[in-house]
Design a protein around this ligand. Structure first.
Ligand code: NAD
Ligand code: MG
Length: 392
């Protein structure tokens, strides 16, 4: 067994911390080459002292200087800026990149890792939702191995054989499970006055604040529908969603013969992370075993579009011209940030998303390059911000 050198982007987040937890259980298999974060310098400094990576990366030069002073004498070199992030992700000595940044900010380093042929563990779903065909082409051209970390997509991946060339013939459709978030049983009319803390109190998973709000609106599932279309090369109608409040079945593949394959487990992200790290092997993850005798009922319901009006936007974006998924993602990032900042109400997130999706001109060819996608992303953010002003 050879040692895997890991570059962990987004080390201080929920996925980053879970990744370090799994890695710490297997010092014989993994060593950290680089750790990156956005702000939390204290946490990043502590992680650097524990794991002693070669590099630590922060976007901001002043923050990097603070960290540099903190880590003096430790042997960890501190870098700053977006280019440094892409450099460590594509570095010749890196085997594995864990992409655990939140939002479209993760796209450029993901593309760099893909083009450099890395083993790319993708938690950062927004990067694939924005990057779409360009992202998948970079994976193919670079000879990268793309391994899904999102629990639903890991579940689908675990239900499929290693040989990708058999997938199209095998899959009738896939079913992504969704917990329904914290407001599944609330009167949709009462959702206008929920607070950010209520929206972030997810019943089954502890996650970063952006994905927690996305789970409450089900925009998270909308992004996952788009993510699944690209990961498994499916038609939009081959991706379906069912509510499953217990979050025990993480998703299912319905085969051509109508046999259904599912992956089950306790809701703990260390399972898909361990699978991504060890694939095609299996290693200890730290997650609890499923106790079937205490499990009780597994139940299923349709996702009500009055409660989750953003969900259908996923299929609309996939059926429309290229670039629509990038617009939808940008709108949602702006809307969620505004909701978390207390600027708009919970139910207005959908208004921002729907308005921006309808009004942002896609322009031809924008989705064909990183620069084009980033300018489309910027254009959609400006349309969304205009709408925020109109709302307030
Ligand atoms: P989080 O907010 O807890 O952590 C985000 C990380 O990204 C932090 O380390 C932060 O410093 C870094 N970051 C944020 N903005 C950045 C920027 N502009 N440039 C560089 N770094 C930046 O988020 P999370 O819950 O860990 O989620 C990370 C990603 O994984 C998201 O795309 C999310 O959708 C996905 N994901 C998370 C979970 C989960 O259980 N938390 C499950 C499935 C998928
Ligand atoms: Mg998920």
């Amino acid at each position: 067994m050879t040692m895997q050198r890991v570059c962990l982007l987004g080390a201080t987040g929920s996925i980053g911390v879970s990744t370090l937890d799994v890695i710490a259980r297997h010092p014989d298999r993994y060593e950290l080459f680089a750790l990156s974060a956005h702000s939390r310098i204290d946490e990043l400094a502590a992680q650097c002292l524990q794991f002693r990576p070669r590099y630590a990366v922060l976007p901001d030069a002043a923050a990097a200087q603070t960290l540099r002073e903190r880590l003096a004498g430790s042997g960890v070199e501190v870098l700053s800026g977006a280019a440094a992030l892409a450099e460590v992700a594509a570095h010749a000595e890196v085997d594995t990149v864990m992409a655990a940044i939140v939002g479209a900010a993760g796209l450029a380093p993901c593309l760099a890792a893909a083009r450099a042929g890395k083993r790319l563990l993708l938690a950062n779903k927004e990067a694939l939702v924005v990057g779409g065909a360009l992202f998948m082409a970079a994976v193919k051209e670079g000879g990268a191995t793309l391994l899904p970390i999102d629990s639903e997509h890991s579940a689908i991946f675990q239900c499929l054989p290693e040989d990708r060339s058999t997938w199209a013939r095998r899959i009738d459709h896939i079913v992504l499970t969704a917990s329904g978030g914290p407001f599944r049983s609330r009167d949709p009319a009462s959702l206008s006055n929920v607070t950010p803390d209520e929206a972030c109190a997810h019943p089954n998973w502890v996650m970063g604040r952006k994905i927690s709000v996305d789970s409450a609106t089900m925009m998270n599932k909308a992004l996952e529908v788009i993510e699944a279309r690209w990961l498994f090369d499916l038609q939009p109608e081959q991706v379906r969603v069912v509510l499953h409040p217990q979050s025990i079945i993480h998703s299912m593949v319905v085969c051509r013969d109508h046999s259904v394959l599912a992956q089950l487990g306790t809701p703990d992200m260390r399972v898909p992370i361990a699978y991504g790290l060890a694939w095609p092997e299996r290693i200890e993850s730290g997650a609890e075993q499923l106790d079937f005798m205490r499990l009780g009922t597994l139940s299923f319901e349709p996702a009500d579009e009055r409660r989750y009006p953003g969900l259908p936007l996923a299929w609309a974006a996939l059926r429309g011209p290229e670039g629509g998924t990038a617009v939808l993602n940008a709108a949602n990032e702006v809307a969620v940030a505004a909701f978390l900042a207390g600027t708009i109400r919970f139910d207005q997130i959908h208004s921002v998303n729907a308005h921006t999706f309808e009004r942002t001109p896609l322009g031809s060819g924008a989705a064909g390059s990183l620069a084009g996608l980033l300018s489309l992303d910027a254009e959609a953010r400006s349309v969304a911000r205009q709408h925020l002003k109109a709302l307030s």
